[in-house]
Design a protein around this ligand. Structure first.
Ligand code: PMP
Length: 416
């Protein structure tokens, strides 16, 4: 029998831990929606399954091992995100859940500032929100934030809480937002900043301590782990002072007989009531550990080569128009949205799936205000009056190859 204290991250088998699982012949160009599962995540789940026991709720060996695995996963993911010693790492279901948790945890009276370029998950949960227009450049975003915060501060005292909520990378265009510069501006005005890193973290390192970002939210299913696990990490004070996000077993230190006699826990347990998703946490931690051990610069460079191949190929198709917020050369991760002039995007997506076995996304990508704006801008830029009202999105990652990109480009050329 293995030791309860044995490491829970699987030992390497010789295969690349960052290989992803998939089905041969089905081309997955929909990583931004849900990335395929990394081998290391599948291995971590398989290795833990025999040890599967209650988390935080039992004295037996299985339970001890499961509790240890869960807390180690928290530590590994915290390290992956560059958390500071006094940050909290809270497991949630996904990024949406993480941002909703933070929205409920901000102190009463907090003003939230965001941009119109956000995914609905970072657009809709906030109370008292000021939504700034989508900027034309990353620099314009920094300037607009500075002006908005200056104005807010003129109308409030220095200690009134303000939270800036911004994406790290757009799920529509893949464009990276200047989160470090935005964090500097936020802090200059005594505000905090939360970054929706659902699309950033799978492609580029996120480091809370180095960047000064106060909160970050991620989804496991976009980070090569299975569905059902997300994380909110960041400053503990607001989280510990907030009402528990989920109320029930595990969130309390003690419950008296009187109705309101409850002492709530502090720390992550305060917001994590109920039996947690151990396998999801361990799988995500295994991916984080593998990414931390990998040469992320090289992974990024490889992805950028593929992205350039994709964008160059799309540009060469006269009936295809790319969507973008910033300039064509702005840094971006492996996501491209585009339209096929004169063709309905849903029909194109269906045809790509049926005839070419290519999976990608169509629609407005849960970022309706941004996507609509970019479609209008694409029509103006291209001078075409026959662009459809929704778009297509191709997104790539660890398992993507030049052959996948070429299959899409060839199919789009034929579809004309
Ligand atoms: N933010 C961004 C930028 C996203 O792309 C997504 C998912 N499309 C979300 C938040 C929400 O993620 P989830 O569905 O995993 O909660």
């Amino acid at each position: 029998m293995g030791s309860v204290l044995a490491p829970v991250v699987p030992t390497p088998t010789g295969a690349d831990p960052l290989d992803v699982l998939g089905v041969p012949d089905l081309v997955n160009l929909d990583y931004a929606a849900t990335a395929p599962c990394a081998r290391v995540a599948a291995d971590a789940v398989a290795e833990l399954l025999p040890w599967y026991g209650s988390v935080h709720r039992g004295a037996g060996g299985l339970s001890q091992r499961s509790t240890l695995a869960y807390e180690r996963a928290r530590q590994t993911i915290g390290d992956f995100l560059g958390t500071r010693p006094d940050d909290e790492v809270i497991f949630t279901r996904n990024t949406t859940d993480a941002l909703n948790l933070l929205a409920r945890a901000v102190p009463a009276g907090t003003s939230v500032v965001t941009f119109g370029g956000e995914h609905h998950a970072n657009l809709l949960p906030w109370p008292n929100v000021v939504r700034l227009p989508v900027p034309a450049t990353p620099d314009a975003a920094v300037r607009a934030l500075g002006e908005a915060l200056g104005e807010l501060r003129r109308g409030s005292d220095r200690s009134a809480p303000i939270l800036v909520a911004v994406t790290g990378a757009s799920n529509v265009t893949g464009e990276c937002w200047p989160t470090e510069a935005l964090a500097t501006v936020a802090h200059r005005h005594g505000a905090r900043i939360a970054v929706d890193a659902a699309q950033l973290a799978p492609h580029l390192p996120v480091d809370l301590a180095a960047s000064g970002i106060d909160y970050v939210a991620i989804s496991g299913h976009k980070l090569y782990a299975p569905f059902g696990t997300g994380v909110l990490a960041g400053r503990a004070d607001w989280l510990d002072a907030a009402p528990p996000y989920l109320v029930g077993g595990g969130a309390t230190l003690g419950v008296g007989n009187a109705t309101h006699d409850v002492r709530w826990a502090t720390g992550p347990g305060r917001h994590e009531a109920g039996t947690p998703n151990l396998l999801g946490a361990v799988a995500l931690a295994a991916v984080c550990a593998a990414l931390d051990a990998a040469d992320r610069g090289e992974l990024y460079a490889r992805e950028q080569r593929l992205l350039a191949r994709l964008r160059d190929g799309l540009r060469a198709l006269p009936h295809v128009v790319e969507l973008r917020t910033f300039g064509a050369d702005a840094p971006r991760v492996g996501i491209v949205s585009f339209v096929v002039a004169g063709r309905d995007s849903a029909e194109v997506a269906t045809e790509l799936g049926r005839r070419y076995a290519i999976g990608l996304r169509d629609g407005l990508f849960c970022a309706h205000p941004l996507a609509r704006r970019l479609l209008t801008e694409a029509a103006d830029r291209s001078g075409r009056g026959d662009l459809p009202p929704t778009a297509l999105r191709a997104s790539i990652g660890l398992g993507s190859t030049p052959a996948h990109v070429d299959r899409l480009l060839d199919a789009l050329a034929e579809l004309r």
